[in-house]
Design a protein around this ligand. Structure first.
Ligand SMILES: NC(=O)c1ccc[n+]([C@@H]2O[C@H](COP(=O)([O-])OP(=O)(O)OC[C@H]3O[C@@H](n4cnc5c(N)ncnc54)[C@H](O)[C@@H]3O)[C@@H](O)[C@H]2O)c1
Ligand SMILES: [Zn+2]
Ligand SMILES: [Zn+2]
Length: 344
């Protein structure tokens, strides 16, 4: 049996870096040699086996990781979309192809959605099986470490695209990897001004390097007051990428009438809104975003990356060989790192 190194969640209280069998392709699978993989907050939830992970229909043992880029090593008998040697990145939303959403152009929010690296083995390993639809062929000019972050980048780019930021005053709330990618996307898509907020000075510093002209620390500034002093009508667009319930509530105070609020962050508790004042009379447009449009967002992202128009490198703050996974996870947990990349 051929073996490979993999990071495996083997039990609710156990993660093991161990040798496992290299998987074989089913007829509609793609086997890739993983060249770079990125750590995401979702991986930390599974590591911790928190209440979300316990309720997410995850079967153990599970090879962790869902954001990756690599080269096609082998293909199943029915695969025609990629060939051995192609460079691919992982789209993690695996739709059923048969539900209402799948038949109506919304397969990314399929009613029976399965997630790569969550409901099937992932990519923190030397090799990974990706179902055909999730193996996205990308231009060879995109380096592996950038290919590995296309999944989260795509979520941010899609949010910014739907927010129609051209010529707009934009506020990005939260400068974790998703918020940082939103800042870069807003710059690429022609926002007039970008203000970014966070509670971490190092993340705000990264946001400035990625295109934010103004950064505000939510622990120090009265954010609605500062923003309304600068732009008295309120801002055109808010991209929420903190998931912080209080930040969510505050943000409606500085959205202009008729403005667009695009929601990516997932609050862990209920958010109190005054729907009359904050939404109805304001005619606020509220748009929820769950991942990337399949595959319009990918096409847009590939074009922008290939043209050098998405300045995302500053968000990648740490890189490790996969066997140093413990260091990577510790850094991501302490909240100061941007994106952590593993090289299996
Ligand atoms: N909708 C989707 O498809 C999707 C995909 C990926 C992640 N998410 C969610 O998006 C959010 C961001 O993801 P991430 O990986 O960047 O997470 P993250 O935890 O790394 O980033 C959140 C950031 O918000 C900051 N923050 C906390 N309180 C704040 C406040 N009051 N004001 C401003 N900033 C504040 C934190 O310091 C942190 O930098 C999370 O809620 C995550 O669950 C959603
Ligand atoms: Zn992710
Ligand atoms: Zn479906």
């Amino acid at each position: 049996m051929n073996l490979m190194q993999a990071l495996v969640k083997t039990a609710p209280d156990k993660i093991e870096f161990k040798m496992v069998a290299i998987p074989h392709c089913g007829p509609r699978d793609v086997l890739i040699r993983v060249k770079a993989a990125a750590l995401c907050g979702t991986d930390l939830h599974i590591c911790d086996w928190n209440s979300w992970a316990q309720g997410a229909n995850i079967k153990l043992p599970l090879i962790l990781g869902h954001e990756c880029c690599g080269d096609v090593e082998a293909i199943g008998s029915d695969i025609t979309t990629v060939k051995v040697g192609d460079k691919v990145a992982s789209e993690t939303h695996i739709p059923c192809g048969r539900c209402y959403q799948c038949f109506n152009g919304q397969q990314h929010i399929c009613s029976n959605l399965k997630l790569f690296g969550i409901h099937m083995n992932g990519c923190f390993a030397e090799y990974a099986i990706i179902p055909e639809i999730g193996a996205r062929k990308i231009p060879t000019a995109i380096p592996y470490e950038l290919g590995a972050v296309m999944e989260p980048l795509g979520t941010a780019l899609r949010a910014v695209h739907e927010a129609k930021v051209s010529g707009a005053n934009v506020v990005v709330i939260g400068c974790g990897p998703i918020g940082l990618f939103a800042v870069a996307s807003a710059a690429a898509l022609g926002a007039a001004t970008i203000t970014a907020t966070d509670i971490s000075e190092s993340r705000l510093e990264t946001a400035r390097r990625m295109g934010a002209q103004v950064t505000l620390n939510a622990l120090q500034a009265d954010i609605p007051k500062v923003i309304m002093e600068k732009i008295s009508a309120g801002v055109d667009v808010i991209i929420e990428a903190s998931g912080n319930a209080q930040a969510y509530e505050q943000s409606f105070h500085f959205l202009r009438k008729g403005g667009r609020m695009v929601l990516i962050g997932l609050p862990s508790k209920s958010v109190n809104l005054n729907l009359g004042k904050d939404v109805v009379f304001k005619e606020a447009e509220i748009i929820g975003i769950h991942g990337r449009k399949m595959f319009e967002t990918w096409t847009q992202m590939e074009n922008l990356l290939a043209a050098g128009k998405l300045n995302i490198k500053p968000a990648i703050t740490h890189e490790f060989p996969l066997d140093q996974w413990q260091q990577g996870i510790a850094l991501a947990r302490d909240g100061r790192a941007g994106k952590v990349i593993f090289y299996p």
